[in-house]
Write a protein that binds this ligand. Structure first.
Ligand code: CP
Ligand code: NVA
Length: 309
């Protein structure tokens, strides 16, 4: 059966732990090596991975491209608008055609349905590189980063401040799979998807909702935020969202309410001064650039898992 990496709720905890163990080993094994040097085990040699982008990207694009090269494979970056896919060709046909040329497909797209359709018709693994609904590769890197700095994330208190968006949804999935405690703190109007919250409840990992950010962050081991407006959100919503989200800005005073050794994460790109202040982004709790680096290592683990390598 083709092993897709679509969302963390679809993959067993043991598999996710194994991916991250592998990722950490690969990271350790290449300490001090030039970024372009191949890994000791170039297991993707002779394989091509298509990277389809229907939205902009810096981290996802560069980390997948470099990671695939380090594994000895060939990345093929494709902009959605340059493909026939962007001009009306069916996703199902695109999936079948690409499956004849490449060994795996990563896609960043809009609706989850497009990702699902691609996966349903592809005969090679499909990896979710962000949809309007989730961003599982990011959260694998985030969990890896937490564990690198502070040990197992299981049982830790993670607090999300801001919009209940796609990145948050993947945090909900991760809370159930990795066994951490998750609190959402944001305005009611930007609450997370009720279906995702219901899933967490059914998994025995209910998400706590605390409207008061100061109370939410008290005793947190990890504080996370994201842009107030995601790529798929209409620009017209900007002013309204800013007004609603202002109380949830992560500043030094809010961070001070977390545990003294708490970490701060942001998937980036950030709008500095909006969802988080420079003082926090560049402060002692922040691990945002380790997080960005770990996209590379975590995704190499994901690619190997998908391809059984
Ligand atoms: N965090 C993240 O996915 O960044 P990009 O949009 O730059 O890929
Ligand atoms: N929530 C953001 C994440 C960007 C990596 C977005 O979807 O635009």
């Amino acid at each position: 059966m083709t092993r897709h990496f679509l969302d963390l709720d679809r993959i067993e905890a043991g598999e996710l732990h194994a991916i991250l163990r592998r990722s950490a080993e690969m990271k350790a094994a290449r300490q001090g090596r030039p970024r372009g040097a191949p890994d000791d085990d170039p297991c993707l040699a002779g394989r091509v991975v298509a990277l389809i982008f229907e939205k902009p990207s810096t981290r996802t694009r560069v980390s997948f491209e470099v990671g695939i090269r380090q594994l000895g494979g060939e990345p093929l970056v494709l902009a959605g608008r340059d493909l026939q896919l962007g001009h009306g060709e069916a996703i199902s046909d695109t999936a079948r055609v690409l499956s004849r040329y490449v060994d795996a497909i990563m896609i960043r797209t809009f609706e989850r349905a497009a990702l699902e359709e691609l996966a349903a018709h592809a005969t090679v693994p499909v990896i979710n590189g962000l949809t309007n609904q989730s961003h599982p590769c990011q959260i694998m890197a985030d969990v890896m980063t937490y564990q690198e700095h502070r040990g197992p994330i299981a049982g830790r208190k993670v607090v999300w401040a801001g919009d209940g968006n796609n990145v948050f949804n993947s945090f909900v999935h991760a809370a159930a799979r990795f066994g951490f405690d998750l609190t959402f703190s944001g305005p009611e109007t930007l609450d997370p998807d009720p279906a995702v919250l219901a899933w967490a409840e059914a998994e025995g990992a209910p998400v706590r909702i605390e409207r008061d950010p100061a109370r939410a962050v008290a005793g947190a081991d990890l504080v996370v935020t994201d842009a107030w407006l995601s790529m798929h959100d209409p620009q017209e919503a900007r002013e309204r969202r800013h007004n609603q989200l202002q109380p949830y800005r992560v500043d030094a005073a809010l961070m001070a309410r977390a545990k003294p050794d708490a970490l701060f994460m942001h998937c980036l790109p950030a709008h500095r001064g909006e969802e988080a202040t420079d003082e926090v982004m560049d402060g002692p709790h922040s691990v945002i650039f380790d997080e960005a680096e770990n996209r590379l290592h975590a995704q190499k683990g994901i690619l190997r898992w998908c391809l059984g390598l």
